[in-house]
Design a protein around this ligand. Structure first.
Ligand code: GRG
Length: 265
């Protein structure tokens, strides 16, 4: 696909900017072959539906994929989920070492902000995009989700929703609402884009939880099926999925983003 090709070229170019050999090797290992690149794909699809060119999305898509990759590297560390494998190969700290894994991820987060700044939009839009990036990833965003997840305690639907809202949905909000900011969408559209992203993010997480639950992977973790059981989780998944599709249809009609959401969920 054209957009993935452009993104991969941008990632390759990013790797070429890293002078230190160890950092470059660790970065390349975690970015290629990479995962599904869903967040960039969603940003591109939303931009297309908003009549903006793909090129306008390359730098923010790269930034979001760097942030997503940073979160997975940190999530795999011994002090977090302690996972030896990611995407079918040794996780970064296993392949290299823990210190380099932490630093590679730290660099991804910092470099991402430089790429947001390189987005071809007005100064005001850049400020809005960077404010969103900071809130979606920081102490009220993805990091908060991870902190809530680490803290053992009561299992309730509210708690699991809160965790996944921040851990998972906030980064999709950055991709989808970010496209709205880049395209100069009005406030009403931006509010709907945020609601769409939250519903999509929760549906995505329940689907992921159900797949893990069926594989019996980590039953210690606080997940939707653990709190609700399989049947009710599937009902919630359908509810969030329908809602995200409904909003997408209302804003854009049945175009790129609509079909992408249908394909993912
Ligand atoms: C450590 C700061 C810090 C944050 C970690 C997002 C997060 C918080 C951890 C990621 C771990 C995780 C399982 C999050 C849930 C979201 C999720 C299912 C991520 C996997 O996304 P995919 O399927 O991954 O898009 P690929 O491999 O395709 O890129």
């Amino acid at each position: 696909m054209e957009n993935l090709k452009l993104l991969n070229e941008a990632i390759e170019n990013h790797l070429q900017t890293i002078e230190n050999e160890d950092l470059r090797a660790a970065s390349a290992y975690s970015l290629f072959p990479g995962g599904k690149r869903l967040r960039p794909l969603m940003l591109f699809a939303a931009l297309k539906d908003l009549d903006r060119s793909l090129e306008d999305g390359i730098y923010p898509a790269l930034a979001i994929e760097l942030i997503h990759t940073y979160s997975l590297i940190h999530d795999d560390l011994p002090s977090m989920d302690n996972d030896d494998f990611r995407r079918g190969k040794p996780s970064l700290h296993k392949k290299f070492n823990e210190a380099l894994a932490i630093l590679t991820a730290d660099a991804f987060l910092s470099d991402a902000f430089r790429y947001f700044l390189m987005t071809p939009i007005s100064r005001q839009q850049k400020i809005e995009l960077i404010e969103l990036a900071s809130s979606a990833t920081g102490s009220g965003g993805m990091v908060l989700g991870q902190v809530l997840d680490l803290k053992a305690g009561e299992s309730s639907l509210e708690k699991v929703q809160q965790i996944h809202l921040h851990k998972t949905a906030d980064l999709f909000t950055l991709a989808i609402l970010g496209a709205g900011i880049i395209a100069g969408a009005d406030d009403k559209t931006k509010t709907s884009l945020k609601e769409l992203a939250i519903n999509f993010g929760l549906a995505f997480q329940i689907k992921d939880d159900l797949e893990d639950f069926n594989k019996n992977s980590d039953l210690q973790k606080l997940t939707f099926p653990k709190v609700l059981g399989i049947y009710q989780s599937e009902i919630h998944l359908q509810k969030y999925k329908e809602r995200s599709l409904q909003i997408t249809r209302r804003i854009f009609g049945s175009y790129e983003l609509y079909h992408l959401i249908e394909r993912i969920l």
